[in-house]
Design a protein around this ligand. Structure first.
Ligand SMILES: [Zn+2]
Length: 67
């Protein structure tokens, strides 16, 4: 199936049977991040956790769901 990155709109092809694909189909609120974005978010999240200002969830839930 094709999924679009929630952040940069890059479309990626992922395995239909992968756990990630199943989650995206079952739970429409689930967001997909391409690998570069995921890595960037992961790093930012760690930094924010370190500083005690964790706002990742609040920022991402405003983004429209591609599915
Ligand atoms: Zn991306």
């Amino acid at each position: 199936m094709q999924v679009k990155c929630t952040i940069c709109d890059k479309v990626e092809e992922i395995e239909n049977d992968s756990p990630h694909a199943k989650r995206l189909r079952n739970r429409r609120k689930n967001i997909h991040l391409c690998t570069p974005c995921y890595k960037r978010i992961e790093e930012n999240t760690k930094k924010r956790l370190d500083t005690g200002k964790f706002r990742f969830y609040q920022e991402t839930k405003k983004v429209d769901d591609y599915l």
